[in-house]
Design a protein around this ligand. Sequence first.
Ligand SMILES: [Fe+2]
Length: 288
Amino acid sequence: MTAGGAESLWDFHSDSAPEHGCGPAAVRVRFDVEPPRAERVIDVHCHILPGLDDGAVDLDDAVAMAAQAAEDGVRRICATPHIRHDHDVVVAEIAERVAALNRELARAALRVRVETGGEVAETALDRLDRRELAQVALGGGRWVLVEPAPGPLADGLEAAVAQLDRRGFGTIVAHPERHADEQLLFRLERLVERGALVQVTAALLAEPGSGPVMLDLARRGLVHLLGSDAHSSRAGRPARLSAGVAALQAGGLHPGEIDLIVRGLPHAVLSGQRFAPPLAGRRDHSLV
Ligand SMILES: [Fe+2]
């Protein structure tokens, strides 16, 4: 996306009239700390730390991913390396790796900052103690990005949400579109009722196969956060969110809700605020 295009794409109007009959009050959500405009857009899921998991292969790749994001209008990126049995990520090292990358981005004069985090496999939660959970929570707050176990969403994920809640942490369900079956809607409703937030992959919102289902979830208030889930600047999905935002706009989602999804909610997550998923109460089941 060009810089000129970014101006209009990110220019939300939260107080404008809704297009889907859910009154403007439904999208007026107030948090303890409002995100400054300068914070702009936040990518909550990105494998940008170099040479660590299956993400950026080296420092040049990581800087190039950050440049992609900056050019796209993203200002903060959560580093979310896989915390999973098949990746040897030392949780205690994440903060220093993020700091080192931020020093490099400053040297490159890129207007984007990386935050700490992790993408914790549902099956790996048990082996993390409370301190480690805090180290992988996005921005060092209380929200943990959880990668569902392979296959359709199942009871185990609800148990994981409950277990994290008992330990003082909130759950963000990563990319449920990759775990879709005929029970997806039912499962997500139950997870959100239990306090979980839902993150979808921005680029997949714009794809003909997955996009309509994901847009339907967004219209039902079951999408709270966007992530690029980018793994490299050289292949696969780019470290950008704009294609997903454009799909939400084209799909008629209220601008105030889009603003919440790309700025308000991720800012609240990175600030470590405790809050209930704000959009589920206005689900419109007539929209399919
Ligand atoms: Fe990921």
